[in-house]
Design a protein around this ligand. Sequence first.
Ligand SMILES: [Zn+2]
Ligand SMILES: [Zn+2]
Length: 223
Amino acid sequence: MFYLCGMIHVQTFTFNGFQENTYVISLGNTCIIVDPGCSNKQEESELDRYIVSENLKPELLINTHCHIDHVLGNDWVKNKYRIPLLIHEKELPVLQAVKVYAPNYGFPTYTEATPDRFISEGEKIKFGSASLDVIFVPGHAPGHIGLYFKEEKNLFAGDVLFRESIGRTDLPGGDFDTLINSIKNKIFTLPDDTIVFPGHGPATTVSHEKIYNPFCGTGSPDA
Ligand SMILES: [Zn+2]
Ligand SMILES: [Zn+2]
C-alpha cells in the first residue's frame, strides 16, 4: 500500500507475526526507514526489492519505540544500508530487554542494533528537502516518539493511536492516563486532516479519531 502526501511518498509493509507496519518514507531518491519489523529473509528481501526498484538511498533508521515487533529488522537494515539508528533515550532499556525475551517469542537469532543517536521532542530531523518534528508521546512505551511531517500533515504514530483504538498500556513503562494525555495534548492538537500512520492496522486521521475513537473520542461530531 502507498500514499502520496504532498512531497513525500509513504510505502507500508506489514511484517512479522505481530502484523507490524514498517514504513519507508521517501522524498525523491532519499528515504528513511521507520520501525523495520522484517523478521526473516523473505521480509528482508521484500523491503530491499522496493528500495532497489525505486532506486532509493536510505539515510536514517528511526524507531518510534523499541518493542520487539518494531525492532526485529534494525540490525539487518542498519548493516545493509550503513545508516544510523535513532531512538529516544528512554527507549534504551526497552530495546535492551528485547534480546532477553526474543527467544521466547520465537526469534532466537535476533541481534540488537546499537543506537547511534538519541532524539527528543522539539528536534527537527532533516532528510532531503523535507523535515520532520519529533514529538514525545509516552504511555504505550516510556520513550515513545511520533514523527510529524508538518507540511504534509502526516504523523507516524507507532503504537500510540490506531484507527478506533489505542496502544496497550500493560507492558513495562506503560501507563493509561499518560497515553490518553499524549493523544489529547500532542496528537489531537494537530490539524484535523493530519493522516495518522500507526504501527498496526490501517491509516486514519486526527478528525476521525477525535470522534470515533472509543477511548478518547467524543462519539459525536458536535461534542
Ligand atoms: Zn509497541
Ligand atoms: Zn507494535
